[in-house]
Design a protein around this ligand. Sequence first.
Ligand SMILES: [Zn+2]
Length: 224
Amino acid sequence: MASAQVVETSVTNNSPSQDSYHPDDLFQSRLCGKTAESIPHVLASCSALAQNKYLARHNAALKVLFWEMLRELQLSDTVPPWYSPAVPKPIYESPKAQAYWDIPVFAVSEQVKQNRVDARFIDHEKKKVLAVEMSCPWTENRGKKQEEKTIKYGPLCWELKQQFPGYDIRQYNIIIDVLGGWSTEVDEAMRELFGARGGEILLRMQRAVISHTLNIARTLKVMS
Ligand SMILES: [Zn+2]
């Protein structure tokens, strides 16, 4: 089937672009039946995959950051490997810090109102609140996602300011596209969060994303 070839191409080609499929090859998504099946659709925006496959990818990458930050804040002393199935607890607390792990409402429709962040850390010693948003869009939507996230979470940052007067409120958008790419903003965010270790942590997050994307591509191939 043509679609199987399309997906295989996406896995073997390091830099797929709009050129890697042709509009004539498109047909309705076998999974959701809503729109044309294409590489961007299957790997990043099929509603039938959003609640499980994309969420698993999103959480796998975010977990790497979360465990590391728990250790930084001395809320935990172990960091499971990037492929570990371990799931964080919703809340970690000490007199000095708090951490909140929130399973996000994965919105296929960009219109859905978000009122929480994926992960939130409160460092009472440094008087800092870190709000971390993670997303794994299609490669070409990376810039758009960054903008969206910033606009969407403005009100939330304001709310946090009211809750923690005198604290420095920071929002970090960690956007790693489905093929593992990221922008310099993400490099900077990781450096701000983890100092010199940021780059290495980001590489582990990238591994988590790519491994899940490969899994999604393989699932589709099996179906065809
Ligand atoms: Zn679909």
